[in-house]
Write a protein that binds this ligand. Structure first.
Ligand code: 3PG
Length: 304
């Protein structure tokens, strides 16, 4: 019997697990659930006899892949797959997929939750500011970025975007004003919302040199990955510029920013994709992709 494992350190909403179970069991497959595990060893033990697995930001290392002797497919229920060792998967002929777009609205909504929270001084009663009329730069205008653009227009913001993989026409059609370099984007916008993936090219690419171009009252919003920030450079800039704020859903490991009280906020746990709707969208898409792959060899959304 085909065994499908859901391995989620940060569990899906119960309604999403129920939906995944229905899809899997309808095929006569068995569903195994590993949630809130506390050590990599638990994951390594759980993968021993599974054919397929669904993960979120869970670390699928070479050790995990080597322990999963029957594994044929891993689906990352979400967008970024920097948590999966693609080389190890490919060397074992394990197909890796993501579910692009399925949690994009949830992440975009959280970006605005963070922006309003900061603009209103963490709801401490002091007079704050409004988003209306401010310029927002969307760094990478993919699924999440375009949802940020849509919501920003509702707030009455001026929406700019930089995306090297899109033409000006495509960016305009998707409702933003195209800019042609990251430098131009950061120099133009009060708010910059990050939506780039963590890759060897983007790691630490958001550095002091780039950020110091932002206008007075700048706010950097990071719902992407902490790895893309040069955290030492950002902390140095925030020392130099008391007008600069940083809000993030991907908290740094260090205490570097704690001293910037009133202009730094990090969610205690990564929350962007943590809504029932996003869990259902991404979780069910992952389950369907597994069924289609096992039954028909369908490799749509493969990333390795
Ligand atoms: C993603 O890449 O899809 C988001 O960062 C969400 O990650 P999560 O599933 O760990 O919440």
């Amino acid at each position: 019997m085909v065994k499908v494992l859901i391995a989620t350190d940060k569990p899906f909403a119960p309604v999403a697990v129920k939906g995944i179970r229905e899809i899997v069991e309808e095929q006569g497959y068995e569903l195994v659930l590993l949630e809130k595990y506390t050590s990599p060893q638990e994951l390594i033990a759980a993968v021993a006899d599974v054919d397929a697995m669904i993960v979120r930001s869970d670390k699928v290392t070479r050790e995990v892949i080597e322990a999963a002797k029957k594994l044929k497919i891993v689906v990352r229920a979400g967008a970024g797959y920097d948590n999966i060792d693609l080389v190890a998967c490919t060397s074992r002929d394990v197909v890796v997929m993501n579910t692009p777009g399925q949690n994009a609205n949830a992440v975009a909504e959280l970006a605005f939750g963070l922006m309003v929270y900061m603009a209103r001084n963490f709801y401490n009663g002091k007079s704050g500011s409004e988003l209306k009329g401010k310029k927002i730069g969307v760094h990478a205008y993919g699924n999440v970025g375009q949802n940020v653009g849509r919501i920003a227009r509702g707030f009455g913001m001026e929406v700019y975007a930089f995306d090297p993989y899109m033409t000006d026409e495509q960016i305009k059609l998707a409702g933003a004003i195209p800019l042609h370099s990251v430098e131009e984007l950061y120099a133009t916008c009060h708010y910059v919302s990050l939506h780039i993936p963590a890759t060897p090219d983007t790691k630490k690419s958001i550095n002091r040199d780039l950020l110091q171009r932002m206008p007075t009252g700048a706010v950097l919003v990071n719902t992407a990955r902490k790895e893309v920030i040069d955290e030492e450079g950002l902390a140095r800039l925030m020392e130099e510029r008391p007008d600069f704020s940083y809000i993030t859903d991907v908290a740094p490991d260090s205490d570097l920013f704690k001293k910037f009280e009133g202009r730094y906020y990090a969610t205690p746990k990564k929350m962007g994709a943590q809504t029932e709707e996003a869990n259902v969208n991404a979780g069910l898409a992952a389950a369907r992709q597994i069924v289609n792959f096992i039954k028909k060899g369908d490799k749509r959304f493969q990333v390795n």
